[in-house]
Ligand binder design. Structure first.
Ligand code: UD1
Length: 377
């Protein structure tokens, strides 16, 4: 069985690594790794390949950054050629980025079966580009691999038949489980002049938080206040760096060898950032994956969004949604610091490091080739 695995943006690499490793253990699968090039900076891409033990992609579409329509179109054009040439039996896409949706649509129109890993997540917020990507992808896929019972329920509510839904757990947590011990051993916390549980980490890149100067200003003012008590380590996403420079907000940040205030860093490698998050007092974020990782690590997570496609992290884990209002962010951090909010939570069902193995089992037992490759129309 020939499979094309698609990656495009940073979180895709973290999710795909355990899938390629699990497939490689079983004879009978031939894999081709395709990188769309949606993320291309060394620190957003190549560094993670090395750390995660991902093979070098056989094919790089090199699409780069562009508006949504242009980027999606470029990926579809280039990926169609790849599918025509490679004639895979199955395409596996992960997550909810533009590359996920673009490759799912392209493969499906060629009569190729598609599997979506991390299916069924819904924020209910169609102003998020990721929500559009999730909906369009799931409606097309033969295999919908889900992380939790909320995702299963969302798909059933949308009328998806049971045989397409496979509750396998969370591949992002497979990667965390695999690398936890190695991350623990790093010495980044003392090297940055930090103390165990006496700092926070931050990620911020959603358009809703960083593209509007007033919204971003409110968030930065809140963070500045929190950072008086607790230094904040901020590996800045390229998109956010661009907006900070454009709005003239650089004075909010510190740089240098030791972390203090809101301390700017280049994006970290996977191991370094996992190490920092494991030792942080709290994590402030608008990313999806960190809501899940902090739940497993048992670290309080303050999510700067008013909705989440991952409600299980609030219900069972350590996550709390606060939106992007300045006072609410400050209050949430204060509640963690004064102990009025405990981080007690539990690890959701099947977030145990074995999700990728379950995916392989499903494919081994239930895959049958499609009736026909459609080819050029
Ligand atoms: C994308 C995903 C988002 C995911 C995030 C993880 C979509 C719609 N969004 O957002 O769901 O949470 O990745 O990081 O797919 N840029 C660089 N270098 C890079 C990549 C991007 O400088 O290697 C800059 C470019 O200016 C680009 C901007 O970042 O225009 C945005 O990149 P893009 O891939 O469009 O979206 P992200 O914000 O990274």
């Amino acid at each position: 069985m020939k499979i094309i695995n698609v990656v495009g943006a940073r979180p895709n690499l973290i999710k795909m690594a355990p899938i390629t490793a699990a497939l490689a253990k079983h004879p009978g699968f031939t894999q081709v790794l395709v990188h769309t090039g949606q993320h291309y900076d060394e620190r957003m891409s190549r560094l993670l390949f090395q750390q995660l033990g991902l093979p070098r992609p056989e094919i790089d579409l090199d699409v780069g950054s562009a508006s949504h329509g242009v980027q999606t179109g470029r990926i579809m054009t280039a990926f169609e050629e790849v599918c025509q040439r490679e004639r895979p039996d199955l395409v596996i896409v992960v997550g909810d980025v533009n590359s996920t949706m673009a490759c799912a649509i392209t493969a499906k129109k060629l009569g190729i079966q598609v599997a979506h890993v991390e299916a069924g997540l819904r924020s209910g917020d169609l102003s998020m580009p990721e929500e559009v990507n999730r909906l369009c992808t799931d409606v097309l896929c033969e295999y919908l691999f889900t992380t939790d019972r909320f995702a299963n329920a969302n798909l059933r509510r949308e009328g998806v038949s049971e045989e397409r839904i496979h509750f396998v757990g969370n591949v992002m947590i497979d990667t965390l489980v695999r690398h936890r011990a190695a991350a623990q051993k790093l010495d980044l916390v003392p090297r940055l002049g930090l103390e165990e549980a006496r700092f926070a980490t931050l990620t911020l890149h959603r358009p809703a938080n960083v593209d509007d100067p007033n919204v971003l200003l409110g968030i930065l003012e809140a963070l500045q206040k929190i950072s008086i008590e607790l230094p904040i380590v901020f590996p800045i996403h390229p998109r956010t760096r661009k907006m900070v420079e454009q709005f003239g907000y650089s004075s909010f940040f510190t740089t240098g060898e030791k972390a203090r205030g809101i301390w700017l860093a280049e994006p970290f490698g996977y191991l370094e950032f996992l190490h920092l998050n494991m030792h942080a007092r709290m994590v402030l974020t608008d990313s999806g994956g960190l809501q899940e990782e902090t739940t497993v690590l048992g670290i309080p997570c303050i999510t700067l969004r008013s909705n989440t496609e991952r409600p299980i992290t609030c219900e069972e884990g350590t996550n709390r949604l606060v939106g992007n209002d300045k006072e609410r962010i400050i209050e949430a951090a204060r509640n963690v610091l004064d102990g009025s909010r405990s981080a007690a939570g539990r690890v959701p069902e099947k977030w145990d490091g074995k999700a990728a193995e379950r995916i392989v089992q499903v494919l081994q037992h239930s895959f049958s080739p499609a009736s026909g490759f459609i080819g050029v129309m």
